[in-house]
Design a protein around this ligand. Structure first.
Ligand SMILES: [Zn+2]
Length: 157
């Protein structure tokens, strides 16, 4: 499932990426017509807070009504029946899938302490950023747990 996130929902978009979902984030000030065109061209479900846009014909959309981030994530996971999250599989900056990288390959790109202590690295093929299991992983795992709750909710309805 591919998503296109309205720029008003940028934080939601970044979190969807952190959880491993394919979430393009619309450029700032994109017009409704441009958003609709991108969603159609790339086969993406458009997530928006804009009621008019969400009601547009010929588009797959989801009107995100919840205000708080956890509630938004829950709503999206549940409404779209998203597959289980894969935290740390996607670049949060450019949405590309990360590729495994060896210690030799990242030796010049990470601090020596990190190189010595981390067992595994991944690199973004687009922006070349290096990722490892950092301290905010705990926060991401916390959010990933929302998926189970979304599953529970879907099952009880
Ligand atoms: Zn990247």
């Amino acid at each position: 499932m591919k998503l296109l996130v309205d720029s008003m929902l940028g934080t939601l978009g970044k979190w969807l990426r952190l959880l491993g979902y394919d979430a393009a984030i619309a450029v700032n000030h994109a017009s409704d017509a441009e958003l609709a065109r991108q969603a159609r061209a790339e086969g993406r479900v458009l997530l928006t807070r804009d009621r008019g846009l969400a009601g547009r014909r010929g588009l797959q959309t989801l009107l995100v009504e919840e205000g708080d981030l956890d509630a938004q994530l829950l709503q999206v996971m549940q409404a779209l029946c998203l597959p289980a999250p894969q935290p740390g599989s996607r670049c949060v900056h450019c949405n590309a899938l990360l590729q495994p990288a060896s210690h030799e390959e990242v030796a010049h790109d990470v601090p020596p302490y990190v190189l010595q202590t981390q067992p595994a690295f991944r690199r973004c093929p687009r922006c070349r950023r290096v990722y490892w299991r950092g301290t905010h992983m705990e926060q991401i795992e916390q959010k990933a747990k929302l998926w189970r709750r979304a599953q529970g909710r879907a099952a009880s309805q």
